[in-house]
Ligand binder design. Structure first.
Ligand SMILES: *Cc1c(COP(=O)(O)O)cnc(C)c1O
Length: 396
């Protein structure tokens, strides 16, 4: 049987690994040596489970959508990560990582953020654990995402605007890595998705795997079997998708459908469809598929949805796409907006724009009658309201 977990060097096939400056070698190896032991320990499991239940509000419901089911002729369930505290799946990861940081004796947390969602999820758990928190954010993003900056500051975090490069996520990440290099002993760097040097992609996937663990129990109760025919999720860096598929990777009865951001169209020059457009390369510590020019310069990605606006993708997803374990569709801004307005009007659920990409992918599929489909609704649309107000009239 094909193996979908990482090998001992941190690779999924040719993707993954740890490409880091020498000065970070010790931090990364310390984490690598500690993470499996810590997340396997009784103490971690008890603390993590309790916080996921009483602080985050898990298990998140698995909701059978009648409207979507009728429309697509299958049984379509929504995994409601939008109902988590702070409004998305990201908190599952930040809670887990701050518990690991505490266990490793770290006393300070840093993070990078693009749209601010991961920054807010990190600032939240730092307030909870009373740990100082510094969040690096490109100055362009600081200006674009004013409310999230204010939220992080309200939660007690220091937000550092980064003025190098394009002043966006890539530059913020470089700055966070620089900080980590200068404070390797006391600082833990909370990466927000299944990206970065090994062990981060595997660590984040394991922390998010609570999503598929719950799906198993919930499907058993609702369908009398613990697996669906299809799993559907959007991918930016890939953490909500990794959590959704984690427990099912080796079950070949379960098909995997991933939605990446097509922006204004895969061939428009304004896109973030990494699997469609990317080539192998190294960014932020791992080898993966990257959008890049002929001579290897990273291409500036574009998507209407800030959470999918990333030029790379987690190495696990690059691998799953390469070996055809997952099918990846590129969804345009227009298709995502249409799907978001439809869910809002037909179900009374305003989804995050990222999640709307997964919803729009349903449109491109043909399901067999009786197929069980689980789609992860990664977050709620509160943060996207300005965009929805702007386009509402165009989708009447
Ligand atoms: C950040 C974010 C994403 C994209 O991140 P992944 O790591 O790919 O899951 C998707 N949905 C929402 C709601 C987000 O906030």
């Amino acid at each position: 049987m094909q193996q979908f977990s990482i090998n001992e060097k941190g690779y999924y096939g040719e993707f993954g690994g740890a490409y880091i400056p020498e000065i970070l070698h010790k931090c990364v190896t310390d984490l690598e040596e500690a993470y499996l032991r810590i997340i396997g320990s009784e103490r971690f499991k008890a603390d993590f489970d309790l916080l996921l239940r009483d602080y985050v509000g898990r298990p998140s419901p698995l909701y059978l959508s009648r409207q979507l089911s009728e429309r697509y002729g299958a049984r379509i369930y929504l995994k409601r990560e939008d109902l988590n505290h702070t409004g998305a799946h990201k908190i599952n990861n930040t809670i887990g990582q701050i518990l690991i940081a505490r266990e490793m004796g770290k006393t300070r947390i840093i993070a990078e953020t693009g749209a601010g969602q991961h920054g807010v999820a990190t600032a939240t758990v730092c307030a909870l654990m009373q740990m100082p928190c510094t969040v690096y954010m490109g100055r362009t993003d600081v200006e674009r995402q004013h409310v999230n900056v204010k939220k992080m500051e309200l939660l007690g975090a220091t937000v550092v605007p980064v003025t190098s490069g394009n002043m966006t996520l890539k530059d913020a990440t470089n700055e966070a890595i620089r900080d980590w290099c200068s404070h390797p002993a006391d600082t833990h760097y909370i990466i927000g998705s299944t990206i970065g040097p090994h062990p981060y992609p595997d660590l984040v996937a394991r922390l998010q795997s609570v999503i598929s663990k719950e799906i198993k129990l919930q499907l058993t109760e609702k369908e009398g079997r613990d697996y669906p025919d299809w799993l559907v999720a959007c991918v930016g860096g890939g953490s909500n998708a990794a959590g959704t598929i984690y427990e099912y990777l080796n079950n070949d009865k379960v098909q995997i459908l991933l939605a990446e951001a097509g922006g204004k169209g895969v061939d428009s020059g304004e896109s973030a469809a990494t699997i469609h457009l990317g080539k192998p390369g190294v960014l932020h510590g791992c080898k993966t598929m990257l959008m890049q020019t002929e001579d290897g310069q990273i291409t500036e990605p574009y998507s209407i949805s800030a959470g999918l606006d990333y030029p790379g993708i987690g190495p696990i997803h690059a691998y799953l796409a390469q070996v055809k374990r997952a099918r990846v569709l590129a969804i345009t801004d227009d298709e995502a907006l249409r799907a978001a307005f439809e869910l809002t009007r037909n179900e009374g659920i305003i989804p995050a724009l990222e999640s709307a990409h997964a919803l729009a992918a349903l449109e491109k599929m043909t399901f067999a009658p009786g197929d069980v489909v689980v789609l992860t609704l990664s977050g709620r649309g509160d943060k996207d309201l300005e965009t929805y107000f702007k386009y509402e009239d165009d989708y009447k």
